[in-house]
Design a binder for this molecule. Structure first.
Ligand code: ATP
Ligand code: MG
Length: 577
């Protein structure tokens, strides 16, 4: 492709809203174009890289025996009502009506559609196992679309669904997808970690996220260097502090603690360690269907801990969008809580959720549900009880690993893919059955597997760039080689460039010829910005049959003959593409 003919507009100035490198660079290179918040179009270079990622995904999925199909983005509400997700999915689900008032949504994911397909088409064990996938546009009306392709409202996803006779079959299918994901992200040039994950709105029992490591990532992961434990912080189990079985319970006492609304303040005031206090977090919940308030929740954890919201939501068994921090005044009238002085004793008409380590700890300090007062020597069982007692805490950096006890580390990353064992969640609710070898009806056992194709593109740029621009890995680069023709009007230079251009194309190298009538400085800057892996500069030395050869990722340049430059380019592209 000749750059002079290509539809490309690079930007010097980038809109303020672009905060992270991948977003800035994808805009600056003109690879993506914003239409409205969270909705982007792809220009020629950007679309080529998207297709490269899609091709890698397709090759690796096909290699596992999965079959590609393509379903519509428009989905009828009835299927979502059958699975129970029409309400559970919340405002992220992009809903619409047709001219007759019938409800539809734009698919954020396709479990219902694939389950419906398979319940109609599969009846016998002979048809199983099966894995169907698609590469398709998804819609999620995200609360905060940001970071360009990273969290957009329209994006391309590969979604695959496996259908097995039993759980042993699901284990096999899951492993095959897990391994395929490993190869896909490796081939895309990403540094990543598979980590255990929460199953969220998709449901099911077991899940891994593939996290591309990056400081700007929105996923926080906890991992252990002494064993193989790796999990999202949302998911990671915490080890409870050891129970103080030998400590005697002291008499409960109310103490005057004027103005000590925070854990720090009360601990300071009473000369306690934060570990000897109980922290309260207050929430209101809403009905899934009507959106009306339907109750209060108070969560209690040790004063030095952080509440893990996902664990709380899972404990309550409610969707994420149906809970939020309570208005303390309103809650006070209904439950007796007192802002800054709330403890588990004396609360009423409120669900009490207690972190699993609190029952083992003795003589703690908690709010007295009375202005300017706390209780000391609060003990579980004697002074308060929980409606639910479960692990509610965040596994912090340095906490003991739940598997081996060594201090855990934290890292940030971008979730580029996720695999789930769904089990029979959808086949039960939607009646996807098959007849087994003994003529008995059984539910089909399912798994589902997503890759954010466009988010992967952003993750690659996030991991592969410098101050001057993108540094594409060969496998997903929009072109392999750029020929920078310094003076297009110079006959010798132009002929040499054409010769290289033709030779590389013959060798099936994807090559860009920068034949624009621009200043050399502009061309060099653009070549760096675009990040094409190999640059061949045709300039003054062309008369001697020589060019400058440079890899975008290396600083050094070499002056070599035209033939050698061609040979080297072909060789590196073959090796790395
Ligand atoms: P997140 O936690 O980041 O919101 P998710 O867990 O809801 O993502 P999944 O339902 O697992 O996402 O979707 C599969 C894949 O689709 C994700 O791993 C991610 O790569 C991609 N993806 C999800 N939401 C978005 C989005 N808003 N923009 C771009 N890609 C997305
Ligand atoms: Mg996910």
């Amino acid at each position: 492709m000749r750059l002079s003919k290509m539809h490309i507009k690079t930007l010097r100035e980038v809109p303020n809203e672009a905060e992270i490198s991948s977003h800035i660079l994808l805009l600056r290179t003109g690879m993506i174009r914003k239409l409205v918040s969270g909705v982007y179009g792809f220009m020629p270079l950007g679309w080529r890289s998207v297709r490269k990622i899609e091709d890698i995904v397709r090759q690796e999925m096909d290699a596992t025996g999965a079959q590609e199909i393509h379903m519509s983005a428009v989905q009828p509400a009835e299927l979502w009502q059958e699975s129970g997700r029409w309400f559970a999915y919340g405002p992220e689900l992009w809903r619409l009506k047709d001219r007759n008032g019938r409800d539809f949504c734009l698919g954020p994911t396709h479990e219902e559609i694939f389950t419906d397909l398979v319940r109609n088409d599969v009846s016998s064990y002979r048809q199983l196992p099966m894995n169907l996938y698609q590469i398709q546009t998804k819609y999620r009306d995200e609360a905060r679309p940001r970071f360009g392709l990273m969290r957009s409202r329209e994006f391309i996803m590969k979604d695959a669904y496996s259908f097995d006779k039993d759980y042993a079959g699901l284990d096999e299918s899951y492993k095959a997808m897990y391994n395929a994901y490993d190869r896909i992200f490796t081939r895309c040039g990403l540094t990543f970690r598979p980590v255990e994950a929460d199953t969220g709105a998709i449901g099911g029992s077991n899940s891994h996220e593939f996290t591309a490591l990056a400081e700007v990532g929105e996923s926080e992961i906890a991992y252990c260097e002494s064993c193989s434990m790796a999990a999202t912080v949302e998911r990671a189990q915490c080890t409870d502090a050891p129970a103080q079985d030998d400590t005697a319970m002291l008499p409960l006492e109310e103490v005057h603690t004027p103005g000590t609304k925070t854990i720090e303040e009360v601990a300071d005031f009473l000369g306690l360690d934060k570990k000897q206090t109980i922290k309260a977090l207050l929430f209101v919940t809403y009905d899934e269907e009507t959106g009306k308030e339907n109750g209060y929740v108070a969560a209690f954890i040790r004063g030095d801990r952080e509440l893990n919201m996902i664990k709380l939501i899972n404990a309550l068994g409610i969707p994420e969008h149906t809970i939020e921090f309570a208005d303390e005044e309103k809650m006070s009238a209904a439950t007796g809580c007192v802002g800054g002085f709330t403890g588990p004793c004396g609360l009423h008409d409120c669900k009490i959720v207690v972190d699993s380590e609190l029952p083992g700890l003795k003589n703690l300090c908690a709010g007295a549900c009375k202005e300017d007062h706390h209780l000391i020597n609060v003990n579980y069982g004697r002074d308060y009880e929980g409606d639910i007692v479960t692990d509610l805490k965040v596994l912090q950096e340095g906490d003991p690993c739940p598997v081996c006890g060594a201090p855990v580390k934290h890292a940030r990353g971008i979730e580029v893919g996720q695999v789930f064992k769904l089990g029979t969640k959808y086949s039960d609710s939607m009646g996807a059955m098959y007849v087994d070898e003994h003529q008995k009806e059984q539910p089909i056992v399912m798994g589902c597997y997503g890759i954010g194709v466009t988010r992967t593109l952003a993750a690659v740029v996030e991991q592969h760039h410098d101050d001057n621009g993108i540094i594409w890995p060969m496998s997903v680069a929009p072109y392999h080689v750029i020929i920078t023709l310094v003076k297009p009007d110079d006959q010798v230079q132009a002929q040499a460039a054409e010769k290289i251009y033709e030779a590389l194309q013959k060798a099936r190298v994807e090559v860009l010829l920068d034949d624009r009538k621009e200043r050399p400085g502009v061309k060099f800057k653009d070549a760096d910005l675009l990040g094409i892996p190999v640059r061949i500069t045709v300039g003054k030395l062309a008369g001697e049959g020589k060019v400058e050869y440079k890899l975008r990722r290396d600083a050094e340049k070499q002056e070599i003959t035209i033939d050698e430059a061609i040979a080297r380019a072909v060789e590196i592209v073959e090796r790395e593409k």
